[in-house]
Structure formats: C-alpha cells, structure tokens
Design a protein around this ligand. Structure first.
Ligand SMILES: C[C@](O)(C(=O)O)[C@H](CC(=O)O)C(=O)O
Length: 302
C-alpha cells in the first residue's frame, strides 16, 4: 500500500483483517512505527500489523509521554501510517484524552483515520509510561464506561483494554479489572508491566481472552521471545518504541561524527542509500502517476 498509487482498504476491512490475524494465530508480532517511513520498512520486512505508540509519538515530537497530546494529533499521525502501509494499525490512545466525551471524540477520529484497533488504559492523569512507578488509576467503573463508549461510538474498532493495576494494586486486582473490562466490551486485554514468566502464565490462567504482551526495551519485563509469549497463551506481542530508539541512536552517532570529523563518510554503510530510500517510498511510481512530471535523473553511487 502506498498513498495515491494503490487502492486503500476501508476501516471495516482493516479492522476485520486485524481480528482474523489475532484469531488465526500464530502470535501477532506488532512493531511500533513512529512515522510513515518506519511503516513502509516494517511492511517491507514482512510485518502484517503495526502499532502507533504514545511514547514514540510524543518522543518524535520532543515531548515526554505524560498525557500532553490530543486525539486529533494522534489521529493525524495514525492516518499517515495507514496511508503509507495499508496495514491494520493498533493505536495507543492513552487514557482516551480525558473523560467520556473525549473518548467518544477519539473513537470517531480513529475510525475516520482508518485505524483498526485502539488501546485504552486505566491510568489517571497525568498518565505515565506503564513501567515507571507513581502511577494512579481511575476506578474500574470509569474505565468500563470508557470501553462502553468506544464500543457504542465506533463498533468496528477492536478494543485492547490495558490495565496498569499490577504495578499499583497488585496482580489480583489486575485480573479482576481485566474481567470487568471484558464484560464491558473489550476484545483483548493488555496487562501492563508484568515482569516474569510466572506472572504471564498466571494472568493467562485467570483471564480467558486474547492477551497482549508488551516487550518494550529498558522496562520491567524480562526479555522474552515471541515464541515464549505464544507458548504461555498470549496472542499479540508489542515492540512499541523500538523504531524510535534505533533511529534516534543512529542519528545521534552520525551527528557526532559530522561534528567531530567534518564528514559523514564513515557512516555511509549504515545509511539507507538513495536507491533504497526511493524504493521504500515508491518514488518512481509516484512520478509515473503523472506523465507530465519530468522524470528526475539520479545516479546511485552507493
Ligand atoms: C506501550 C507504551 O504505552 C507506549 O506508549 O508505547 C509505553 C512504552 C514505553 O514507554 O516503553 C508503556 O507505557 O509501556
């Protein structure tokens, strides 16, 4: 899929595709793609479902992940990712950006952006990364109202309900909340910041629903493989901020090199070449779309 030059699926088709993907197995590996290029490269690498992370989105704007953003801003980025990839996208809508009316607005905007699935969490404001301490939760009933609102306003959206309760109130409360969220209409549960294998297995034993594991880096969760999560009964595994982290580290290195050496030549081997870049965004197909655009010539010396 690439905007303008291919036909785009509808929101209903993307959401149905997402459901089929999760139900059919094997475990769905969902990579975070913070911009259109990352979405194109993820698709090229063979991923069939993408994630827009609140942490990566805010970081890409030079902001902390503390609930400073609004639904229309995230919907705009989400729209770019769907246009760039044509793939089912799961969007991190944080707390729904406020109360019930804000959740309703978010639900509408996500469907308008052709988002397949959303992830809503039960933190109170100011929300934080789920792997930090000092989080506060809203009541179970308020979270259920938010889930019911999403379902009522946008019935085609797949709803992943995230509970941050394990790190605040403990495992038993996280399990109880998950059951209420499913009864309110959630399609899947994301138990945030579980740490070890036994916790994942225990949660799975108690909660009979599609479950999502968050394999974020530098968090509380030990590093497990997709196959391990699958063997414990999880249906989805997330790599939310990986694209942003590797990109940021890569340009940190090359900027340092340019400043120190006065040239970037030592880093060329680590760069996407002009030809790779143009292939990734289908440059020539866009040019071909309008025969009246003179074809630019370039020589790839990489
Ligand atoms: C999943 C998450 O909400 C995100 O915004 O991607 C974050 C990821 C992170 O900060 O590493 C989270 O709260 O786990």
């Amino acid at each position: 899929m690439s905007w303008l030059i291919e036909e785009e699926p509808s929101q209903e088709q993307l959401a149905a595709g997402w459901r089929r993907f999760v139900e059919a197995g094997p475990i769905v590996q969902i990579v975070g793609t913070h911009d259109g290029m990352a979405a194109r490269i993820a698709k090229q690498a063979g991923f069939g479902a993408l994630y827009l992370s609140g942490a990566a989105y805010t970081a890409s704007r030079g902001l902390p992940d503390l609930g400073l953003i609004y639904s229309n801003e995230v919907a705009e980025r989400a729209r770019e990712l769907v246009r760039a990839s044509g793939l089912p996208l799961l969007v991190d809508i944080d707390t729904g950006y406020g109360g019930i009316l804000n959740v309703a607005r978010t639900a509408k905007e996500m469907v308008e952006a052709k988002v397949a699935a959303v992830q809503i969490e039960d933190q109170d404001m100011p929300k934080k990364c789920g792997h930090l301490s000092g989080k506060k939760l809203i009541s179970t009933e308020e979270m259920c109202q938010k889930i019911r609102t999403l379902k009522a306003v946008s019935p085609t959206l797949y709803i992943v309900a995230r509970t941050d309760a394990k790190g605040v109130e403990g495992m038993a409360e996280a399990i109880t909340r998950a059951k209420h969220y499913l009864a309110a209409g959630a399609d899947a549960i994301f138990p945030e910041a579980l740490e070890r294998e036994e916790e994942f297995q225990h949660f799975r034993k108690e909660v009979d629903a599609p479950l999502l594991a968050n394999m974020t880096e530098f968090g509380r969760t030990l590093y497990y493989t997709a196959a391990q999560f699958e063997s414990w009964g999880f249906r989805m595994v997330l790599y939310p901020v990986t694209s942003l982290r590797v990109a940021a580290k890569a340009y940190e290195r090359v900027f340092e090199e340019i400043r120190q050496q006065g040239t970037q030549i030592g880093s060329l081997a680590d760069m996407q070449t002009r030809s790779e870049l143009y292939q990734a965004i289908r440059y020539e197909d866009y040019e071909a779309l309008d025969g009246s655009i003179a074809r630019s010539t370039w020589e790839d010396k990489s």
